[in-house]
Design a protein around this ligand. Structure first.
Ligand SMILES: Nc1ncnc2c1ncn2[C@@H]1O[C@H](COP(=O)(O)OP(=O)(O)O)[C@@H](O)[C@H]1O
Ligand SMILES: [Mg+2]
Length: 279
């Protein structure tokens, strides 16, 4: 009876994990994850978790490539892989990178994750979920933001199984459709496997929309029709402000001026919509 009560209280206090996913590269996953993290960090403890072996998310925060990264923690958490374990603890990998923001960086080793865990008998899909649970990261942080890789496969399944909600950035053109369908298929597979709760679809974020191009507007209308089962958030157009801020490792919240203020508003709205969805 007592332990039930305890579990209930913990669930209520629990932070939320969200991922930005699209198997296509260059659609703005990292850019949006970075700025969303800064938006949440205004009043929440945020953990940025980089799950892309290319480590772009990490490099926005760090000048040097760290010795250990999320890959080492994931492998260390699998007992069967003892011969491959390295001498690193969570505290060695996690870094404070801003006010209210910590980072669990990625590294190129993560591209070998799928192969490394191929032969284990423990559930390969739940390695990240269990790592988050073991270290009580949802108690330590209010929001965990995961930047996903531009692939399909075990990393993506691990992310989907570990999060409460998924946000899908995309470029509204006729090539985007298949990428988004493939992501939906991963969610259906997770539902069929019945190994974990299926994360909530937090909606689609059109990015790099060129509303002056007639074809772009037509493509966007078509996508709207196809994605009507989910929320479509307000679109981001091509903004030089992103290039400028990211090249300095800064978020849009670090600048003044009307263009930055408009982007800040847009990120605040997106963050508050995600928060409501996951309440
Ligand atoms: N709305 C935008 N306006 C201008 N540049 C953008 C915008 N969104 C993304 N970019 C730029 O496009 C490139 C790819 O974005 P990125 O976030 O790395 O995509 P992904 O993580 O999906 O591969 C980056 O150089 C980024 O700065
Ligand atoms: Mg990226």
């Amino acid at each position: 009876m007592f332990s039930f009560f305890k579990q209930d209280t913990r669930a209520q206090n629990s932070g939320k994990a969200i991922a930005l996913m699209n198997q296509k590269g260059g659609v703005g996953k990292t850019t949006l994850a970075f700025n969303l993290a800064h938006s949440f960090a205004k009043n929440k403890r945020v953990l940025c978790l980089d799950m892309d072996p290319q480590a772009n998310f990490s490099s926005l925060f760090l000048k040097k490539t760290p010795e250990f990264n999320i890959h080492h923690l994931l492998i260390n958490s699998v007992k069967e892989l003892k011969p491959l374990h390295t001498q690193c603890m969570l505290e060695d990998v996690i870094q404070k990178v801003g006010d209210n923001i910590d980072l669990l960086p990625s590294g190129q080793e993560l591209s070998g994750f799928e192969l490394t865990v191929a032969g284990i008998t423990a559930p390969r899909q739940l390695i990240l979920k269990r790592l988050i649970e073991k270290h009580e990261l949802k108690t330590k942080y209010d929001v965990i933001i995961i930047d996903g890789p531009p692939t399909l496969g075990l990393l993506v399944v691990n992310i989907m199984c570990a999060v409460d909600g998924v946000l899908f950035p995309f470029i509204p053109d006729r090539f985007s459709e298949q990428g988004l369908i493939n992501m939906q298929n991963v969610l259906s597979d997770i539902e069929d496997m019945q190994i974990c709760p299926v994360p909530k679809n937090l909606g689609y974020v059109p990015n790099l929309l060129d509303s002056r191009r007639k074809q772009a507007v037509t493509d966007m209308e078509k996508m709207r029709e196809e994605l009507k089962h989910g929320v479509i958030h307000s679109a981001f157009t091509n903004k030089v402000q992103f290039g400028k801020s990211l090249s300095q490792g800064k978020s849009v919240f670090d600048y003044k001026g009307a263009d930055f203020a408009q982007l800040q508003e847009q990120f605040k709205e997106l963050a508050s919509s995600i928060e409501k969805e996951l309440q």
